[in-house]
Ligand binder design. Structure first.
Ligand code: IPE
Ligand code: IPE
Ligand code: MG
Length: 242
């Protein structure tokens, strides 16, 4: 009997290390972000090939607005350029794209690009690529709690009816499964405000490689690491109980 390797249904990646990659080469930080787009293409291809159904990429945190304006502008510009260049190709690969984050702070151009890529790829069914863009998990939780409080105040929901499902459905990830694996490149071992609620039983993997050096082979290696993990969920063994 051949053993089937468990494939994570949802992989989430904190794409970190672009600035350091650029600095090591005597380049500007934004050049690291540009180089990082190739790694995005690689992990999308690898996810589709491996049958991963959900891929979430942390592209820009709410805190990242605090970076120098020139870098923020370069990231926004790169987002627009990449969306224009990749939308049709993603659709043809069967990749549906969703942008997760608050949209109010974006320029009209960026908002237009968000609509464009979501509409262009809406019919694709092979995999969903979620780009966390102006996302932070604490902010997501604040917005969710406000929404629940409003429903309670209006008498639509009783306090006792608030359970894990109600909370999960109040978050920006409402239609998504929890991440099975969270990868952060560049050797940093922190979440930086990413998927705090959703990560409760995720497997973590922190490769040293900087994001622009993350290849399809690196992604396959991550899946191999995942396959060897024993996910116990608080029980004694991951084997079915007798
Ligand atoms: C990640 O790379 C990309 C974003 C946060 C937009 P960084 O820009 O954080 O790169 P380092 O961590 O400074 O090397
Ligand atoms: C987290 O990386 C955000 C993204 C990868 C988009 P940062 O580089 O911004 O996080 P810190 O500052 O190292 O925690
Ligand atoms: Mg960083």
């Amino acid at each position: 009997m051949t053993e089937t390797k468990p494939i994570p249904q949802h992989v989430a990646i904190i794409m970190d290390g672009n600035g350091r990659w650029a600095k090591q080469r005597g380049k500007e930080r934004y050049e690291g972000h540009i180089a990082g787009v190739e790694s995005v293409r690689a992990v999308v291809r690898a996810s589709v090939r491996n049958g991963v159904k959900w891929l979430t990429l942390y592209a820009f945190s709410t805190e990242n607005w605090g970076r120098p304006t020139a870098e923020v502008d370069a990231i926004m510009e790169l987002f627009c350029k990449t969306v224009m260049g990749e939308a049709a190709e993603l659709r043809d690969q069967g990749v549906r794209v969703k942008i997760m984050g608050e949209r109010g702070r974006f320029s009209e151009k960026v908002r237009g690009m968000i609509d464009y890529i979501e509409q262009t790829t809406a019919i694709a069914e092979r995999m969903t690529l979620v780009l966390a863009f102006n996302y932070s998990s604490r902010r997501e939780i604040v917005l969710g709690v406000r929404d629940i409080a409003r429903r309670v105040a209006q008498g639509e929901l009783s306090a006792e009816a608030i359970d894990e499902q109600v909370i999960a459905e109040s978050l920006m990830t409402r239609s998504m499964p929890d991440p099975d694996m969270i990868i952060r490149t560049s050797g940093e071992c922190r979440l930086s405000n990413f998927l705090l609620w959703q990560a409760s039983y995720a497997e973590f993997y922190f490769p040293e490689v900087l994001w622009p050096d993350f290849t399809e082979e690196e992604f396959d290696r991550a899946l191999e690491v995942y396959a060897r993990r024993d996910r116990r969920y608080g029980l004694v063994t991951s084997e079915p109980s007798k």
